[in-house]
Design a protein around this ligand. Structure first.
Ligand code: GLN
Length: 477
């Protein structure tokens, strides 16, 4: 049980003199210590966060109006998001000892509104994975059952919120890495439209898929954090120029929504009964509340994973070529000349999964195979986008499981990369198309493991999606 679940509760406690930023940070630091065996944090900014909190408290005491909108918001951030003068390693040996030279735009904007950063959290190496097991720091564990994975790749972020060590956390979502761990840990996970939040300062995995996302306890906090971080940025030409609506003020949803779900998803052979039942019961609740929910045909579901893994590995092979032992982080002490510096540094610096993807990506881009794999996957991406757009001409949202099952045991899929990839089947569509998606906790399976269900909306319809999400959260209770 969290001490505070929303920023509004925190700010109310501060306003009535029951709490201070310093008290909050002390509380969260004690939680980090108490939950150390979950391995969520890679680095804790203890002294700095306390010092920052004291400065904010002093400013507030002088003038309670002189603080930003995120006053009292204690955050952690995934180890792929740069924070100036702090380490950032993407859970990889190859960035050992590397310090960020600048802060991500998202981080700058959060700090400008007086958020406090308490630490950097664990993730799969270069955000490649679905369990946190590929991190050089070892896996993060699910607080609901420490023998189980937290999901990934933003598993540290999900567990940090789940175990009440911060109020919210920044993750990144290339193919589900915010929503799937949110589902596995019973917190809210949100991926914005591609280009809604600047990617400046986010270590790249698949640049045409990557987005910074938010893990929190509530839609309200998600909306406010999005509002603060979103918007154009001179440092990222893919950041949208569209004005940012005041999401946190637009959370009422009083119309009847038209919601689609895919028959192929709910009938999918990989889907656990517990998840199917959870979807069906949510569909029932939505209908009872007057929303229209219908099954539609979507014949591309089984093509999503192969296309995603061709395209993202291709992009990753290019993005990760910069880690060459010369410019960043790890350099092999065994190298004797330039070629062996490249080869040995990369061989020793990257883990198995990252190397597998670099090789796969290099292969699908190679001249003899480009048309057979890369071009074809691009065409599949287009088909999926067109079909999704077509569905959104008739429906406001698409309801989808977040994952085929709940969190599995550590090690269960670690030796079977294909089984691991296939478990991303329900999350990657949002990234293939670039649309926003919100995953909400809806209950637990028979073993007490959290279940999450997501809703997707058309590009840049986050205001509508979040308002509906708040409505859905109140239905679930
Ligand atoms: N599990 C997916 C992958 O390994 C998603 C990762 C992500 O969203 N960063 O690619």
């Amino acid at each position: 049980m969290s001490k505070y679940s929303t920023l509004q509760q925190v700010q109310e406690a501060i306003r009535t003199g029951k709490e201070s930023c310093e008290g909050l940070v002390r509380y969260y630091l004690s939680r980090i210590e108490a939950t150390e065996e979950l391995n969520a944090y890679v680095e804790v900014y203890a002294d700095e966060a306390l010092e920052h909190a004291r400065r904010l408290d002093a400013r507030y005491r002088q003038d309670s109006e002189a603080v930003g909108r995120l006053f009292g918001m204690v955050l952690s951030h995934k180890d792929v998001i740069c924070y100036k003068d702090h380490g950032v390693t993407a859970g990889s040996r190859i960035l050992e000892g590397f310090t960020s030279l600048f802060s991500a735009t998202a981080i700058e904007r959060l700090l400008a509104e007086d958020a406090i950063l308490i630490g950097r959290v664990n993730c799969d190496e270069f955000a490649m994975g679905s369990t946190n097991e590929t991190s050089v720091y070892g896996p993060t564990r699910n607080a609901a059952d420490p023998d189980r994975v937290p999901g990934g790749s933003s598993g540290g972020s999900a567990v940090a919120v789940q175990s009440d060590t911060c109020l919210a956390s920044l993750g990144s979502d290339t193919g589900g890495s915010v929503r799937q761990p949110a589902a596995f840990c019973g917190v809210a996970g949100f991926k914005p439209t591609y280009g809604r939040i600047s990617r400046y300062g986010l270590l790249a995995y698949g640049s045409s898929f990557d987005q910074i996302g938010i893990l929190s306890n509530s839609v309200e906090d998600t909306a406010l954090l999005l509002e603060v971080m979103a918007g154009p940025d001179d440092y990222d030409s893919t950041a949208s120029q569209l004005p940012v609506p005041p999401y946190s003020q637009l959370l009422s949803f009083d119309k009847k929504a038209r919601v689609a779900y895919f028959n192929t998803a709910l009938e999918h052979p990989s889907l656990d009964d517990s998840i199917r039942t959870a979807c069906q019961s949510l569909i029932g609740q939505l209908r009872e509340a007057g929303h229209e929910v219908e099954g539609v045909d979507f014949e591309y579901l089984d093509y999503i994973i192969p296309a995603y893994y061709v395209l993202t590995t291709a992009e990753a092979s290019t993005n990760l070529s910069r880690y060459d032992g010369i410019r960043y982080g790890y350099r092999s002490p065994n190298a004797t000349d330039l070629m062996s510096t490249y080869k040995k540094s990369r061989t020793e610096g990257f883990g198995t999964e990252v190397k597998r993807r670099i090789m796969l990506g290099t292969f699908v881009l190679s001249s003899g195979y480009y048309d057979a794999y890369y071009s074809k996957a691009q065409k599949v991406r287009r088909l999926i986008k067109d079909k999704t757009d077509e569905i959104f001409r008739e429906y406001d949202f698409i309801l989808m499981p977040a994952a085929p099952g709940t969190a599995w045991k550590l090690g269960d899929k670690a030796d079977d990369p294909v089984a691991m990839y296939l478990a991303d089947i329900f999350t990657v569509q949002a990234n293939m198309v670039g649309i926003p998606a919100l995953c909400l906790p809806v209950g637990q399976d028979a073993e007490g493991m959290p279940v999450g269900i997501q809703f997707m909306a058309p590009m840049f319809e986050e205001a509508k999606l979040l308002a509906f999400g708040k409505n859905v959260a109140s239905l679930i209770g």
